[in-house]
Design a binder for this molecule. Structure first.
Ligand code: PDD
Length: 293
């Protein structure tokens, strides 16, 4: 789980490197006033960003969807994020970046051209991959553009709070009778040996971890399908697992107080997580070797 950014943390704000405690944003920032911005969370393992290009591609898509230009070129982003990692001790971290439309007199429609606010921080994480989690089923109360990684996360926060109140970790979301995703993760089910996850649509975030898992399932000839999953199918699944940059591939062992399958992580999850870890470790080793060369 991501820890709160450490007291000694160095952050990036609008071209400057600052101690976290000195980083300040105007109260008129549209991120603060309207939640008008987008973000990314990129994991690092052993001091190397994992899949940065996939995250930065998604950032470009989020920005385009909210009619904002990317204030930094790809190479500049890479340099900023790598410096951020180094300045915060490298190792296993969770890198957070956020771009808002900028500071302006409060009006839904900004009148003058704005300078976006660009912020990035990094926090050490203790990896909890393989740690079983519990979940609840919850109505998906979000808007209709869930493919955008928007900083406006009130609905996600409320659904996670409901999960917490009911003693669970994650909320699995149902829209019109069908599973979309988790409040902060994508969801896979296993039924009769087939792994299934809802296809890309505006109802869910195209998770970088989700997409990698789908790729690895195909590469390893594990039966799978990107298809809709009804609430009944979710509840009757033999196995359920979540994916996210923070939790990686986590087995769900309890859903609404009922055990999923036998109530312990299942065999399909076990092979998927092993394949994923192998891939991740190989990528990290390659990145480390590349940097050393
Ligand atoms: N959340 N769906 C939602 C709604 C999410 O918020 C996330 C990740 C995912 C998984 O996407 P990825 O594999 O790219 O991390 C799916 C991040 C970690 C967060 O908000 O902290």
């Amino acid at each position: 789980m991501a820890a709160i950014a450490q007291p000694g943390a160095i952050v990036y704000l609008n071209g400057e490197w600052l101690p976290l405690s000195e980083a300040r944003v105007s109260v008129l920032d549209r991120g603060f006033i309207f939640g008008d911005g987008v973000y990314e969370v990129i994991p690092s393992f052993g001091g190397r960003l994992f899949r940065p290009d996939q995250h930065l591609d998604r950032l470009d898509r989020s920005l385009a969807a909210v009619k904002m230009n990317n204030p930094l070129a790809r190479e500049r982003w890479r340099a900023v994020l790598n410096t951020l990692l180094e300045r915060n001790g490298g190792g296993d971290q969770s890198v957070y970046l956020q771009i808002t439309r900028g500071v302006a007199r409060r009006d839904h429609v900004p009148i003058e051209p704005l300078t976006p606010t660009v912020f990035a921080m990094s926090s050490p994480v203790v990896r909890q991959n393989r740690q079983p989690v519990t979940a609840i089923v919850c109505e998906d109360i979000r808007w209709k553009w869930c493919q955008i990684k928007s900083i406006a996360l009130l609905a996600n926060v409320l659904m996670r709070l409901e999960a917490q109140e009911r003693g669970a970790y994650e909320a699995l979301l149902i829209r019109d009778g069908f599973l979309t995703e988790g409040a902060a993760s994508n969801v896979f089910i296993v039924k009769d040996g087939v792994v299934r996850t809802p296809p890309h649509s505006k109802n869910l975030l195209p998770g970088i971890t989700r997409d990698l898992i789908v790729e690895l399932l195909a590469r390893n000839h594990i039966p799978h399908a990107e298809t809709s999953v009804s609430e009944a199918e979710l509840r009757a699944a033999d196995e359920i697992f979540l994916t996210s940059s923070v939790r990686e591939v986590a087995p769900v062992v309890k859903l609404d107080d009922r055990p999923v399958g036998k109530g312990v992580p299942g065999p399909v999850w076990e092979s998927v997580v092993s394949i994923y870890e192998q891939f991740r470790n190989a990528e990290v080793a390659r990145a480390q070797a590349g940097a050393a060369a």
